[in-house]
Design a protein around this ligand. Sequence first.
Ligand SMILES: C[S@@+](CC[C@H](N)C(=O)[O-])C[C@H]1O[C@@H](n2cnc3c(N)ncnc32)[C@H](O)[C@@H]1O
Length: 282
Amino acid sequence: MSLGSIVKRNVGPQTWRRLRRVAWPLVRRHRLRFAMSYIGPLVDMAEAWARSDSEDSNFLYALTPMSRLNLTHTLANVFDISVADVGALMEEIETDRAFNDHVRAGLLRLLPGVSSFSIGRRLGWYVAARLTKPKLVVETGVDYGLGSCVLCSALLRNAAEGSPGRYLGLDIRGDAGQLLTPPYAEVGQMIYGDALDSLSAISEPIDLFINDSDHSFDYEAREYETIKSRMSPAAVILGDNSHCSPSLARFSEDNGRRFLFFKEEPAQHWYPGAGIGFSYPR
Ligand SMILES: C[S@@+](CC[C@H](N)C(=O)[O-])C[C@H]1O[C@@H](n2cnc3c(N)ncnc32)[C@H](O)[C@@H]1O
């Protein structure tokens, strides 16, 4: 307990107000130091990031161990399986040497200033793709294709276990998806153009949908409305905008689906973190 709190408990409110006025410069400095003990490390990390030549957006941070643990439990609840089984699937991709080598080599080529990378919350996408065994996965917003490789890696494992599926990555940028090369491209392909137009042209049922393109709330909502009639009965949606947007929660509510949000905590990064919005059938 702080000295201020002890004094406050032992004097009347009037004396406390007088004492506080007199000691105000000291109190203010103490309060600021307390707040800065939280914010200061973030400012240091922001300065280091600004000086570096690393990625400008779509950050490649890892989750803190606590955040990873929370994600494990979230997935166990959403998919109604044991925490140990989720943990085993997470380890599967984390220790996949071929996957890690592929992504590291690709990112080094594309982003020479990046010293380390992690798939971060895409760990949850991997587990979702392993557990739902989708025949068709669609991701809107691909960028370099880190999520594509994560999802296609899950599809390759599913296929080896007798449950094949394929991946479609939708991006408006003609150079997106550079990491989506063999072996991952054997189960996945890019479709270039505006995501809403590309989604309208998909005729097969979508089993797993990842929204990560234009992050305006309205555009995101329109993606969900566009896929509504194309979703298989057990379709799962993973929203990458749910840390700031109500679109997936509202879509779930309006369509009798469950919604749950996992808030990530980045390790060693100033960014406050995004998360995964899970929308799944009741
Ligand atoms: C945050 S990045 C995607 C990151 C990716 N999901 C990953 O796992 O690394 C967002 C991407 O969305 C794409 N994008 C933005 N607006 C779009 C639109 N209207 N249609 C399709 N793609 C769009 C951008 O070109 C960018 O590559």
